[in-house]
Design a protein around this ligand. Structure first.
Ligand SMILES: [Zn+2]
Length: 439
């Protein structure tokens, strides 16, 4: 599912006819894939307001300094042809670089990879990612996520990863459900596709980069083989991991049919009857998480990595979303990485959903977009897995009829951020708030 960014959302105004869109573009696809190019809308929706236009920003990634670091995996929640029509309507404010058909894996490219599609619901991630939509309805599981679709998608991702030097791992190949909200108010509305029935382990096998611990046996490395504190990767065996899930709509809630999934539930205590952990965005009253498919409070997804806080019998506790959360040890494999923990002397540190520059870095011509602390903190003593610090950045664009680079500015600040695997989603902490230790 795509979500308009808060900054450049759809505008309820009269559409201009699309401008000079190119109708004959060659798709950017590997050879021997069934691939075509149909341009998404690029048009103003209110000519008096330069910021009111859809459905993407023209850019020149990565040559203009805005590097492509991620690929974001989505599903459409609607039919292939309807999705294409939506991306061609500039009032929707949304787009994707690619869309893949369920029945046969056909690929439609709608936005050039050098441009910024409005797909992840978080403009910082849009700046740095390529979005791939998959025709499907996430609650209907494997009925939509066909082998033809997985194979086509994986070949496309291998091609894009090689072209843009994107590592084939779960820090860089993300589900939309792993993209954080940009403000506390936005967190609960963030999309949760492609959902529990997307087989990440199979997908990474097709990418030629199998997930650690996600072999056909799905067995964890024995804990005795590692020093303290080890890290783990969520590694359920998809086919036999039939965790309960419920789907709730306006008509009520139903239990979804038992089927393989990527979900591992996290509990407040080390036993199977313990409550699921809650989340302050989805359960502000402090109530526990649930097995509703839309409730990502207590679910970790195949391939995500966390730091082990404690082990007790067959159970392992990890730091997750600012709290201790327990999972069955057999659902994970041990891992190595960079440990990120609050700097000594700090009782708790803020957590962010974006990594924009400090206000002083913006030139007068670019409106300042600030980093807002989310409704989470990381208390002293908790440890998360992170990737190396990077300077905050922001890509500013205005409507551009003539493909003129003057309409674009990349702002890079001095404030540095560390991206972490935080809960069900990614997050950022200020590099000055933490110490980082390779393990
Ligand atoms: Zn999505």
């Amino acid at each position: 599912m795509v979500l308009a960014t808060a900054v450049f959302g759809a505008e309820p105004a009269i559409a201009e006819p699309p401008g000079a869109v190119q109708m004959t573009d060659e798709p950017e696809c590997p050879t021997r894939l069934n691939c075509r190019f149909i341009p998404a809308a690029y048009a103003q929706t209110d000519p008096s307001r330069p910021a009111a236009y859809g459905n993407y920003h023209k850019a020149d990634r990565p040559r203009d300094g805005d590097d492509i670091r991620y690929i974001v995996i989505h599903d459409t929640e609607e039919r292939y042809d309807r999705a294409i029509a939506r991306f061609q309507d500039p009032h929707t404010g949304v787009s994707t670089h690619y869309l893949i058909r369920s029945s046969d894996g056909e690929i439609t490219q709608l936005v050039h990879t050098k441009d910024i599609a409005h797909q992840a619901g978080n403009y910082w991630f849009n700046m740095h990612s390529i979005g791939i939509e998959h025709e499907g309805v996430l609650a209907e599981g494997a009925r939509w996520y066909t082998e033809a679709m997985y194979q086509s998608s994986a070949r496309l991702v291998r091609y894009l990863a090689a072209r843009y030097h994107i590592p084939l791992d779960r820090d860089h190949i993300l589900g939309h459900e792993e993209v954080p909200g940009t403000t506390p108010a936005g967190v609960a509305a963030m999309h949760y596709d492609p959902g529990p029935y997307w087989d990440w382990a199979h997908y990474f096998d097709l990418l030629g980069a199998p997930l650690r611990g996600a072999s056909s046996e799905g067995l964890a490395v024995p804990a005795a083989h590692v020093a303290d504190p080890p890290m783990l990767t969520i590694a359920p065996r998809f086919a036999t991991n039939t965790e309960p899930l419920r789907n709730c709509t306006a008509e009520g809630c139903t239990d979804l049919p038992s089927q393989g999934s990527n979900v591992v539930y996290l509990r407040t205590e080390p036993h199977a009857d313990a409550a699921l952990v809650g989340d302050p965005a989805l359960h502000p009253d402090g109530s526990p998480g649930t097995t509703r498919i839309a409730d990502w409070s207590a679910s970790a997804v195949a391939g995500q990595s966390f730091v082990v806080a404690e082990r007790r019998g067959k159970w392992t506790a990890i730091w997750f979303g600012g709290r201790l959360a327990w999972l069955e040890s057999r659902m994970s494999a041990l891992e190595h990485g960079a440990l990120v923990t609050p700097r000594p002397g700090r009782s708790a540190i803020p957590v962010y959903g974006t990594a924009y520059p400090e206000a002083a870095a913006y030139p007068a011509t670019v409106p300042v977009t600030t980093v807002v602390a989310l409704q989470y903190t990381i208390p002293a003593g908790q440890v998360y897995l992170g990737v190396e610090p990077h300077r905050g950045d922001y890509y500013y664009a205005t409507f551009d009829r003539g493909d003129v680079a003057d309409h674009r500015t990349l702002v890079v600040g001095n404030r540095r951020f560390v991206e972490i695997s935080f809960n069900h989603r990614r997050a950022f902490v200020d590099a000055d708030d933490v110490v980082i230790e390779d393990y």
